[in-house]
Design a protein around this ligand. Structure first.
Ligand code: F0G
Length: 426
């Protein structure tokens, strides 16, 4: 295993703290696939499904050989992954996709997919003797980092956009004990500051610019392929913000095909919010040109205008014959209301993937009969304020198409009785 620059090809040992190449390029973890082809198999990963404790019970570390071999004795883990793959006839009908599955990454220990990357990044941070860990975040990375730093015994610092982080995430981060800084600016500014301070202070960055984070996030793809008995779906659809998952999924699928775990690769569809859509814009120009934007969307998790993983994400789309689509805040919040009312629930950014599938079916880019896995990236409880504001009609530029009202009463038996009766006739 080594690190390799995706731009210039220079390699680095994994025993060093290095997050970017000297040339400025992003780094990949490169595994010895020739050896792995001889030593790993789908059935070996399947046998591990019966393990109920220790690192191999984690839905990340079950695939350790493909992620971070030889780390099993020192992992900082909380049994990540193993998240549900839901089929919901009600939602499938609304979306128009008969073969729709929802992979719920909000079921991870801190409520988002970030834990999958964080367990691997934190394990590497400790292995290389990091003194402190830092990140910029729209909230989920911060809460995950705060939790894993506490478990791993490292001081943690997070930079977040002031006023731009959902209540669940900010409170988690503070509660887990990270040094929490709210920057008067947006996520992209916080990210710039972290990159500069990391170099000048030689501290360990746990944003998705960190290649070990992305190795962990590959396990979302492995986990869902395993749940489908290693029969690849036609599409995997995911929200795109900093484009870490897009980068990780492309690498995971490439490796899964290369190692013979699946016969063909699913296509990736990355969905961006219309007001935070630099990847979509670049896709429309066949990736000839990339222009950051000033981001604006109700889905604060993906309110990102200058995604750090852009070059790797382009590679993922090209390799999987993928597509990039955009959806409005209205479409995001209506899709969220439908996911929530199906009893599954997710945070706004996650619903972009469901809104995206619906749009891609309507425009004929995804066929109704295709098998589609939409990734739900975060838990419903991450952003309770936006949920309530939707149902109360308080979100600007979003009309509550599927409102549910809470009613306040004085508490007489007659009132409750008449409400019960309306329930019984509906
Ligand atoms: N969904 C949720 C719930 C997220 O928190 C994020 C990113 C994304 C989607 C986008 O994923 O960056 O891999 O394209 N959240 C980061 C954070 C930026 O700081 O928590 P991506």
């Amino acid at each position: 295993m080594k690190l390799q620059c995706v731009e210039c090809g220079v390699t680095y040992p994994t025993s060093e703290i290095v997050v970017r190449c000297m040339c400025g390029g992003l780094l990949d973890v490169v595994h010895d696939l020739a050896t792995l082809r001889q030593t790993v198999s789908a059935s070996q990963f399947d046998e591990r499904l019966t393990i109920r404790s220790g690192p191999l019970a984690s839905g990340v570390w079950r695939f350790a050989e493909l992620i971070f071999p030889d780390a099993l004795s020192c992992v900082v883990s909380a049994a990540e992954g193993n998240t549900n793959l839901y089929a919901s006839p009600r939602l499938a009908q609304w979306v128009g996709a008969e073969g729709l599955f929802l992979k719920h990454e909000g079921e991870n220990p801190t409520g988002s997919f970030k834990d999958r990357g964080m367990t691997v990044g934190m394990t590497h941070a400790r292995a290389v003797g990091a003194r402190a860990v830092v990140c910029a975040s729209t909230g989920n990375t911060a809460s995950s980092l705060a939790s894993y730093a506490a478990r791993g015994g490292l001081p943690a610092l997070v930079l977040m956009p002031a006023g731009g982080v959902a209540a669940g995430k900010l409170s988690q981060t503070v509660a887990y004990g990270a040094r929490t800084i709210e920057v008067r600016g947006d996520f992209d500014q916080a990210m710039r500051l972290i990159r500069e301070v990391a170099v000048s202070e030689n501290i360990y960055v746990l944003n998705s610019i960190n290649p070990f984070r992305l190795e962990g996030q590959k396990s979302i793809a492995f986990d869902l392929l395993q749940q489908l008995n290693w029969e690849a779906p036609d599409w995997i659809v995911l929200p795109g913000g900093n484009l870490g998952n897009t980068a990780a999924f492309g690498k995971a699928l490439r490796e899964a095909v290369d190692l013979g775990l699946i016969r063909r690769s699913p296509r990736l569809a990355v969905i961006q919010a219309e007001g935070a859509n630099p990847f979509y814009r670049a896709f429309r120009q066949e990736f000839q040109h990339f222009q950051p934007v000033i981001a604006k969307t109700v889905a604060s998790a993906i309110k990102i205008g200058n995604p750090v993983n852009y070059p790797k994400a382009v590679r993922s789309i090209v390799q999987t014959n993928g597509i990039v689509e955009q959806v409005t805040d209205q479409e995001i919040m209506d899709a969220k209301a439908q996911v929530d009312a199906a009893g599954i629930g997710c945070e706004p950014a996650s619903a972009a993937s469901v809104a995206g599938v619906r749009k891609l079916i309507a425009t004929g880019q995804i066929n109704r009969g295709d098998r589609v896995v939409a990734i739900l990236t975060g838990h419903l409880l991450k952003d309770p304020v936006t949920t309530m504001e939707y149902h109360q009609g308080k979100l600007s530029d979003v009309v509550p198409t599927y409102p549910n009202h809470s009613t306040v009463i004085e508490g007489t038996l007659d009132q409750v009785r008449s409400i019960v009766r309306t329930l019984l006739v509906s």
